[in-house]
Design a protein around this ligand. Structure first.
Ligand code: FES
Length: 170
């Protein structure tokens, strides 16, 4: 099997020229399972590892070839939080919108990301560097508002600090 993982970038994962190669890779993953229905989660994990997310055409292919109803495949994808149907950036920004962070300015952080980076929740930047999510609580409410970028947790973030914080990520 040809290794193409390094060439796949979220923003063009299903673009022309890549789709055929991706589908053949997915087919290889499915074939390796021997078509066992119990392999669904493993196939989904490997497909997401290959592409970075799980677009609808891929879910339909998996559903068809594993002979599992599409509704069941969707159910699994939405049940496990580590599966995603939207592309993720190399760095995932999580703005906390739990009560404490909301009260202390979480919405202003989102507004700033929208205004300065044209980034809204579930968006990805055109270069695939950042994607944005909102979360309910990151567990450090006393230091609100909180923004996580990957494994880094930034506390008491002011909107004016966002630009410098983002620019520290390559
Ligand atoms: S509400 Fe944001 S960290 Fe708890």
């Amino acid at each position: 099997m040809e290794a193409i993982e390094g060439e796949i970038r979220p923003e063009r994962a299903i673009g022309a020229g890549y789709a055929g190669r991706i589908f053949s890779q997915i087919q290889g993953i499915i074939d390796d399972t021997g078509g066992q229905a119990g392999a669904l989660i493993r196939v989904l994990q490997q497909a997401q590892g290959l592409i970075g997310y799980l677009p609808v055409p891929i879910l339909k292919t998996i559903s068809r070839d594993l002979k599992i109803p599409l509704s069941e495949v969707y159910g699994i994808v939405s049940f496990y939080h580590f599966f995603t149907m939207v592309p993720k950036g190399r760095h995932v920004i999580q703005v906390c919108m739990g009560t404490s962070c909301y009260v202390k300015g979480g919405q202003k952080l989102l507004d700033t990301l929208k205004k300065e980076d044209d980034l809204e929740p579930e968006d990805i930047t055109p270069d695939g560097k950042f994607s944005l999510e909102t979360v309910r609580c990151l567990g450090c409410c006393g230091l609100s508002p909180v923004v996580a970028i990957g494994d880094d947790v930034h506390r008491k973030v002011k909107p004016s600090e966002l630009k410098d914080i983002l620019s520290s990520y390559k």
